[in-house]
Design a protein around this ligand. Structure first.
Ligand code: SF4
Length: 325
C-alpha cells in the first residue's frame, strides 16, 4: 500500500536532474550507464559534456575510440564506454538508430543488464517492468524485513516482490525512479533517514528497529594487492605513452612503460595507490629523461586535449607535468 505515498513523495522531492528533463531513451541510457559505479552528482558534468559532443545514436556509433575514451576520462570502468559504442552500432544496424522499447529486447544489447534494461523501458517507454538495482534491493529488504543474505536466490525473491508491487504503466516511470531516489536520499546504506521517510508506516524493519542491520549483504572478498613499477620516458616536454594490451585491467588504454631502459637521469615520483573493485595497485614510478625523442611521445597539450589517461595513472602524469614543464 506504500506506492501512493512513495509517488507523492517523489513528485515533491525528486532532484532536478538534467537527464530526467525529457523522456528520451538515448539520454536515459547514457545516464544510467554513467551512473553505474559513479555517484549521480559526480557524473552530471560528464553527462552534459557527453551529450553535447555525442547527442544521438549516430554520433556515438561513429565516434572514434580516442574521443570516446577522452569523454569518459575520470569515470573509470572504460568497458562501459566501449559497450556504449558497440550497442550504438548495433542499434544503427538493427533498430534504425533507436533503442528497442522493451526490457526483453534491451537486455540482449551489449552493456545492458536487467536493471538498465528495466530502467530504460520503464522510464522512456512506460513499459510496466521493474528496474532493481542496489538501492531498490536495500529499500525492499528493509520494507519486508528480509533477513536472508542477499545472494542470487534472495535477489530473485526481491525482484518478485518488486514485480508484484508495480503500479499501472502510466505511473511506472515515476514509480521506478521514486524507488531509486528513496534509496539514494532517504533509505541510505548507513543510518537511514526513517523520520523523513514517506513509507515508514509500511516498513517492517523500521517497526522492529532493525533497519540498520539490513540488507544482510555478503561479505566482500578482500582486495588483492599488486605491486607495480612504472617508467615514464620523457624528452624535453614530450611524454611517452604506451597503449596497454587488449586484455586485463585498463585494456587498450594509454599507460606508462613497465620496461626499464637505463638513462642518464632518473627522477623518482611519490608512490601512489589506486583502488579497483577487486585489486589494489601499489605503484612506484620514475621519470627517465632521454636525450633523444622516441616513438609514441606526445606533447602535454596533445595529451590534455585528445588522449585519455586512466585515473590509475593520472597522479603520476600530474607529478610528471609538474617536473618537466
Ligand atoms: S522507514 Fe527507514 S528503513 Fe524503512 S524504508 Fe523508510 S528509510 Fe528505509
Amino acid at each position: 500500500m506504500f506506492q501512493k505515498d512513495l509517488l507523492n513523495w517523489y513528485e515533491q522531492n525528486a532532484r532536478e536532474l538534467e537527464f530526467r528533463k525529457k523522456k528520451d531513451s538515448y539520454s536515459i541510457w547514457i545516464s544510467e550507464i554513467m551512473a553505474q559505479q559513479t555517484r549521480i552528482e559526480a557524473m552530471l558534468e560528464y553527462y552534459k559534456r557527453f551529450i553535447k559532443e555525442l547527442p544521438d545514436m549516430k554520433s556515438l556509433a561513429e565516434c572514434d575510440d580516442e574521443k570516446l575514451n577522452k569523454l569518459w576520462q575520470g569515470l573509470g570502468y572504460y568497458s562501459r564506454a566501449k559497450n556504449l559504442k558497440k550497442c550504438a552500432i548495433q542499434c544503427m544496424e538493427q533498430y534504425d538508430g533507436h533503442l528497442p522499447k522493451t526490457k526483453k529486447e534491451l537486455v540482449k544489447l551489449p552493456g545492458i543488464g536487467p536493471y538498465t534494461a528495466g530502467a530504460i523501458a520503464s522510464i522512456a517507454f512506460d513499459e510496466r517492468v521493474s528496474a532493481v538495482d542496489g538501492n531498490v534491493i536495500r529499500v525492499f529488504s528493509r520494507l519486508y524485513d528480509i533477513e536472508q543474505e542477499i545472494d542470487t536466490k534472495t535477489k530473485k525473491q526481491i525482484e518478485q516482490l518488486v514485480d508484484d508491487s508495480l503500479p499501472e504503466s502510466k505511473y511506472i516511470s515515476h514509480y521506478n525512479q521514486a524507488l531509486m531516489e528513496l534509496g539514494a536520499l532517504i533509505c541510505i546504506p548507513k543510518n537511514p533517514r526513517c523520520s523523513n521517510c514517506s513509507i515508514q508506516s509500511d516498513c517492517l524493519a523500521y517497526k522492529k528497529g532493525v533497519q540498520n542491520d539490513l540488507p544482510n549483504l555478503k561479505k566482500k572478498k578482500e582486495r588483492r594487492i599488486e605491486h607495480k613499477q612504472f617508467y615514464i620516458y620523457v624528452y624535453d616536454s614530450f611524454i611517452h605513452l604506451k597503449k596497454r594490451d587488449n586484455n586485463g585491467l585498463l585494456a587498450g588504454l594509454y599507460g606508462f612503460d613497465e620496461e626499464y631502459i637505463p638513462c642518464e637521469k632518473e627522477i623518482k615520483l611519490n608512490d601512489y595507490i589506486h583502488i579497483f573493485s577487486h585489486v589494489e595497485w601499489h605503484m612506484k614510478a620514475s621519470i627517465l629523461v632521454l636525450n633523444q625523442k622516441m616513438e609514441d611521445m606526445y606533447s602535454i597539450a596533445e595529451i590534455d586535449e585528445k588522449m585519455a589517461i586512466p585515473s590509475a595513472f593520472m597522479n603520476f602524469y600530474e607529478q610528471t607535468k609538474e617536473r618537466i614543464v
